[in-house]
Design a protein around this ligand. Sequence first.
Ligand code: SF4
Length: 405
Amino acid sequence: MAEWEYIERLRLALNMPLYGGIKSKKRIWQMNYDDANLAFNDYPFKYLMTGMFIPSELIATFDYPFIPTEPLAVSVGMMNYHKGLLERMESRYDGMQLCSAIEIMLGMFEEGLIPPPGAVVFSSYMCEDAQKMYGTIARRYNCPSYFLDIPFNVDNPSALNYVTEQLFELGQFLEEYTGCKMNPDRFRQVIKNSNEANRVRKEVLELRAQYQVTQVSDVFPIYPLFTKFGREDITEIYREIKQEMVKRIENRQIYRHRFRVLWLGMIPLLSNKFMKTLDKNYGISLALEENSIFSLWDKIDEENPWEGLARKTLSYHPLGTVDRRLAAIERFINEYKIDGVIHFSHQGCRVYNGGVSFISAHLKRLGIPFLELSGDILDSRNFNEESYHLRMEAFVELLKSKEGE
Ligand code: SF4
């Protein structure tokens, strides 16, 4: 059987030159290729398709091929081969108004770039568009599915129990689907792996808080790593990234731009000059991106892993009321010595965009310059570089006026 087109594209991407300072990110591309190869070529119509916010440790315990779906759209955007796909999907589904990342994912199935899964596991978080996509795929391809309902009111005392019970049920669903009993020793090991990866990940973030060792193009491939926590290779990749950063710091290979910016919302993934030249054109470093963090969860209790995973599931900072997100943003500003904040409001993304007016008002109170850029992370028809340049110039003037305050 011919190889699925997505795999061919990934193989080509592996041979492309790497931009940015962190070379070990090449391993992430290799891992994406190996995983996609296993799932799509060896397990077509059988692999598990998972939502980004399903605790990956539970899936990893089964040693069964799985593909976290939203990051696929990330790699498609970065490889820039979605041209025409969005337009074709829109004309096929007259008036379809879904997030472009979701339209691309649906289009990839429809146009046979990837095979359908055997089962779908998804959650109510992060967004309704993703829920619609998973539901559509499960129905269209007649797959068994499990839906994890993550409550909005995360601080309600019953929320932890509610999620813990569902995770236990999800474990049973996976046992039934894969035909394998959960191995308690493997489960324990996976939780240990996850805790170790999380520990190193926090060290990487601490380095980033102190030194500018990454460029814009370094951060795109790193953030979807968290969808595979629990696997041994994720811990190794984080260790490599950390070692490389330490070496760069020792060799004084540190970027020294004038302003450190916190990037909120989504990061534009389509090929564009604007993001690539932020540092050169405006003297701006991305000190931290909200998407690199998603959540800073505590160590998962190895003795009580079900509840530990439920705590992790409830820890995402954009989940719940906007106050949680504001508190996280304030913490990032202090820890990462942030001079200004940019929010990229991706068209139709209610998860992030709904909080913008609150963020803007909060940052005004704190005296932190703020800029909202609106557009689309994947659809070039809604990505107006010219207008961004004009707005950036005004933003930089504001940053300059605050310098030394
Ligand atoms: S960008 Fe927003 S709307 Fe699109 S999949 Fe992500 S959370 Fe959902």
